[in-house]
Write a protein that binds this ligand. Structure first.
Ligand code: GLY
Length: 396
């Protein structure tokens, strides 16, 4: 009897240590307060300019600003960060800044499709703006952008073209990068908010085709898939930002996890849930101890390679959503625990920029093969970090 009681006690202690306690020991409100402090520091530094803060290199301490152009794929993240900060603080001043920066993107929605990044640009800015204000003008802008994005869809291939500009220089006729999975969210949204219903089918077809051609047997993804425009046949799979064609680029896999999570949320097709588990599990199994990956899981000099905090932030946010969608309780708990571990690491002195710079996070890697934004603070890492914190807070 005594042994039985002792074993039960040990089991209760072990369970609470591995799940609940671990979560409780992470102070999400403190992390969100920190984000608000850093947002205000950034605003004090840049005011209401017409440029967007994009990165702070490791050796610098001020934001490098970029113009709002159709080719600037990160243009929507700063307005998105402001919307999340407003959502959490209800600070009307932050809302005014969020409106200012969001509306700078309006001209981008009046142009023909430049590339697939229109989804990132418009849904992170106007998507959040509409979610928090319900303003009709914003809805129309997003619907318009979704129609423009859909012009890149090739029905023979069954996917949206990512980079029209790379067709000729690289001889990549119909190229699709994994990142494109994120842009499907704007199509799903438009289809159920007064837009063309066909946008839903385009998004699903893109996800199905990508699931078939863009992954290895073990669930790790390729960065780029190149298709024949006329026959729709897959020509090759290669990398662009990863270490090599056959390696797992950390942010590419993060886009895949986030993308298939949202595809399952929108379709409730269990094929997508099982697939999301597969591509998530290989990512989680291969993480280093602090749950923040190196920029490529197969980079040759690990552990002497730069990390990519943005990948962990994207995946943390995705896993919190995935844990709420899971039909398997154990998996749900596993994913939530992993997300909290990531957020705890990212919120530590090793990853937060704190007094050193006004960004939230350090140690992201943008484009290692080009040598750009290596070991830097980057706006999209901050965007997915604050999104993940808000998701976690709403789950408690
Ligand atoms: N979407 C571009 C990147 O992840 O670097």
């Amino acid at each position: 009897m005594k042994i039985l009681i002792l074993s039960l006690l040990a089991l209760i202690i072990m369970t609470s240590c591995s799940t609940g306690k671990q979560e409780e020991s992470f102070d999400v409100n403190r992390a969100l307060k920190y984000c608000d402090t850093q947002v205000k520091r950034t605003l004090a530094e840049i005011g209401d300019t017409v440029m967007m803060p994009r990165n702070i290199m490791d050796s610098l301490s001020h934001w490098s600003l970029v113009p709002v152009e159709i080719s600037e794929w990160t243009a929507g993240f700063w307005p998105g960060i402001l919307w999340y900060d407003y959502e959490n603080t209800k600070d009307e001043k932050i809302k005014e800044h969020a409106i200012h920066y969001t509306e700078l993107l309006a001209p981008l929605t009046k142009l023909p499709a430049y590339d697939h990044d229109l989804g990132f640009q418009i849904f992170c800015s106007y998507g959040n703006a509409w979610r928090l204000t319900g303003k009709e003008e914003y809805r129309q802008i997003i619907l318009n952008a979704a129609d423009t994005l859909a012009t890149l869809f090739n029905s023979k291939v069954g996917t949206i073209l990512s980079w029209p500009r790379e067709i000729e220089p690289r001889n990549w006729p119909h190229n699709v990068i994994m990142d494109n999975m994120i842009n499907l969210e704007m199509l799903f949204w438009a289809a159920k908010n007064g837009g063309n219903r066909n946008l839903y089918h385009i998004a699903v077809e893109h996800a199905v085709t990508t699931m078939k051609n863009h992954f290895r047997e073990d669930g790790s993804g390729y960065h780029v898939a190149v298709y024949d425009t006329i026959t729709g046949r897959l020509i090759k799979t290669v990398t662009h930002q990863g270490y090599a064609d056959e390696t797992m680029w950390a942010r590419g896999q993060a886009w895949a996890i986030y993308g298939y999570t949202l595809v399952y949320r929108e379709t409730k097709d269990v094929r997508f849930l099982r697939f999301t588990e597969k591509i998530t599990d290989i990512y989680l199994q291969r993480l280093p101890e602090d749950f923040v990956p190196y920029w490529d899981f197969d980079a040759p000099n690990i552990p002497d390679e730069p990390k990519d905090a943005s990948s962990a932030a994207i995946v943390a946010s995705a896993l919190l959503e995935l844990s709420g969608l899971e039909d398997n309780k154990e998996k749900a708990a596993e994913y939530k625990t992993a997300a909290v571990k990531m957020l705890k690491s990212l919120s530590s002195a090793g990853y937060q920029s704190r007094e050193s710079k006004p960004s939230f996070l350090l140690h992201s890697t943008g484009h290692m093969p080009n040598g750009s934004e290596v070991d830097a603070s980057i706006n999209y890492a901050d965007y997915y970090y604050i999104e993940a914190l808000i998701r976690l807070k709403s789950m408690r």
